[in-house]
Each structure stands twice: as structure tokens, then as C-alpha cells.
Write a protein that binds this ligand. Structure first.
Ligand code: SF4
Ligand code: SF4
Length: 324
């Protein structure tokens, strides 16, 4: 990281705003490797009006900051079990003066009927992306595995960019290669992620397995770029390719809090996920989005995928006005 002066996605840096919305911790699964704070079996949904008023505030504040494209990323728990989720999507698509994009991380356990409704509630979005998380403890039989793939194919055939992802434990490389081939038949990309504990990758992976995480993901375009002091660019298809690097951006200018916010299940609005100590407010009482990119004050690995993708640059090494 020493020679790098810019890090993040490169498209429309000055035009695209982002919302990472963790709507609930409730999940219908209880995967053994899931972080305890990431899921619970108790329902923790907020009331529908709180969500709908929040959407209006977000869109208004981003528009005041000059953004017209808003990308919404949904994560849980399992978002699709939030009873207000389809209404939230329908509300967002009713704003016809902004371009909306949506990315959902889901275990895909809702029925095909539910996914048909999802397609209707996202019809007016400019782009819709689904990241289906493959949880092997709940996908044991051939029928369950085929149905999972069938749902991704259904979504793909309805204009949704459909991908799969899976956490690989040490020793599972051959299993993951098989899984990649299983989806390859339908030209669906698969991101393989390392397992983490306390923010760090757990021990026990072989060199071959670490290199596997760094491979380009098939069927996916480059989206993440690093620029060094000699202006050389290096492109990546997924943030997972950098998950094994030492990535700390303390003191860099970062767009978290300015063109991106994170909403947590209790309604707190923060800059990002790793930098959740920087609170911008709450969707129940109000929140204020930054007016400019602001220095990172978090002396930790910026290792959450959604935080990692946000544009950030050394304060002495890059000029924001040069960004496209
Ligand atoms: S489906 Fe996702 S959120 Fe739910 S328990 Fe499994 S890993 Fe955790
Ligand atoms: S920790 Fe937050 S502020 Fe710091 S670089 Fe990562 S996303 Fe940006």
C-alpha cells in the first residue's frame, strides 16, 4: 500500500452516491461460521414509516450535495425477511428524478414467487444486482443446490445481474473449484471469500488457497482500481482480491460519510462499517451527511468490502478534481 495514492471504484466518483443499509439482524439461518453480531433469531424490524421517511431524507440530502445517481446496498441478517423490504424498494423506484441502483446480499431462501415480486418492485431501478450467498450447511441436497442456482438464473433472465459468493474454510479449495464450475455452466460469477475472526483472516490457509482468493472473478467486470505514484493503474474484479493485504487508510481523504453512508439495524447512520464510531445521526431522529470528503480517522484495517470499495486517496498525493 506504500506506493498507492488512490484506492476505490472508479466509475462516476463525483456523480454516484451510496447507501449501505443493514436493515435487520434477523436471519432465518444460523450458519456456524457467521459472526455473532451479524445475525439473530429475534425479529428487529423498525416500523415502515421510519424507513420511508429515511428514504426521503437520504434522497433530499444527496440531491443537495449534487448527486443524482444513488446506489443502495442491502445487507443483514437476511434482508428479504424484513416485512417492509418490498415496500421500501417500491418507494425508492417511485422517485423518478434520481437514478437508483440496488445490490442485495441474500441467502436466496425466499420462494421463487417472492423473487417475482422483487423483480416487479425493482423494475424502474437503473441496475439491480443480487449476490446470492451460498451457505453449504443449508444447501445439502442436490435439489436444494439446484433450486439456489435456478433462482439466480430466474433473476438473470429478468435483467438482474446475478452472482454467487461463498466463504471458504482452510482445506476446501477443491470443493470451491467444483462450486465455481457448477455456476460456470450458467455463466454466473462466484466470489470466494476467506473466513475472518476479529477482522483478520483466520489461520490455516495454504499458499495455493490464498492465491485462489486473489484470482480475477470470471464473468465479472473490473470495478476496483488502485493508482500508484507513477500513475499506474491496477484493476480488480472484486474487493476479495485485496482482502489479504494490509489495508489501513488513516489520514487519507475518504468519501465515506459524504457520498456513502451506512445505516445500521437500530437506525444509526454512520460513515461506514469499519468506521462505525463516526455517527452522523439516526433515521428516527435525523442525520446529516458530510458536505465534502473527509479524512479517515480510523486506525484499523478497512477490511469490510463495502468500505473498501469507497474512493479514498492520500491527501498529499491526489487531486479530487481530476476524478472522472
Ligand atoms: S445467512 Fe448470512 S446472516 Fe444469516 S446466519 Fe448465515 S451468514 Fe449469517
Ligand atoms: S475506515 Fe471508513 S473512513 Fe477510513 S478509509 Fe475505511 S471507509 Fe474510509
Amino acid at each position: 500500500m506504500k506506493n498507492i495514492k488512490y484506492f476505490g471504484w472508479r466509475d462516476n466518483v463525483k456523480k454516484d452516491a451510496h447507501v449501505v443499509w443493514r436493515t435487520n439482524r434477523y436471519c432465518n439461518y444460523a450458519c456456524s461460521y457467521c459472526w455473532p453480531g451479524a445475525h439473530q433469531n429475534k425479529k428487529d424490524f423498525l416500523d415502515e414509516d421510519t424507513y420511508l421517511v429515511a428514504i426521503d431524507h437520504i434522497i433530499r440530502q444527496y440531491k443537495n450535495n449534487g448527486f443524482k445517481n444513488i446506489s443502495w446496498s442491502w445487507a443483514g441478517g437476511e434482508v428479504t425477511f424484513n416485512p417492509h423490504y418490498l415496500t421500501i424498494l417500491d418507494e425508492i423506484q417511485s422517485y423518478d428524478d434520481v437514478f437508483s441502483m440496488s445490490t442485495l446480499v441474500t441467502n436466496l431462501s425466499q420462494s421463487l414467487k417472492w423473487w417475482e415480486k422483487f423483480v416487479k418492485c425493482t423494475k424502474k431501478f437503473k441496475k439491480v444486482r443480487i449476490n446470492g450467498s451460498w451457505h453449504k450447511e443449508y444447501l445439502v441436497t442436490d435439489k436444494q443446490q439446484e433450486l439456489f442456482k435456478q433462482k439466480l438464473v430466474f433473476l438473470k433472465n429478468n435483467g438482474v445481474s446475478s452472482n454467487a459468493s461463498c466463504v471458504m474454510l482452510p482445506g476446501e479449495l477443491q470443493q470451491m473449484i467444483k462450486l465455481r464450475d457448477f455456476f460456470d455452466e450458467e455463466e454466473i460469477s462466484v466470489s470466494i471469500k476467506p473466513c475472518r475472526a476479529g477482522g483478520l483472516i483466520i489461520e490455516g490457509y495454504s499458499e495455493e488457497e490464498i492465491n485462489f482468493f486473489k484470482q480475477q472473478v470470471k464473468h465479472r467486470q473490473n470495478g476496483l482500481v488502485t493508482i500508484d505514484f507513477n500513475n499506474n493503474k491496477k484493476w480488480y474484479t472484486s474487493a476479495e482480491q485485496l482482502q489479504t493485504e494490509d489495508i489501513n487508510f488513516l489520514g487519507w481523504n475518504c468519501t465515506a460519510g459524504y457520498s456513502s453512508i451506512t445505516i445500521n439495524p437500530d437506525g444509526t447512520v454512520t460513515r461506514g462499517t469499519v468506521c462505525k464510531q463516526e455517527v452522523l445521526g439516526n433515521i428516527k431522529e435525523g442525520f446529516t451527511i458530510f458536505k465534502n470528503p473527509t479524512p479517515c480517522i480510523t486506525d484499523k484495517y478497512c477490511n469490510c468490502n463495502s468500505d473498501l470499495l469507497l474512493p479514498k486517496w492520500r491527501r498529499d498525493g491526489y487531486n479530487m478534481s481530476k476524478m472522472g
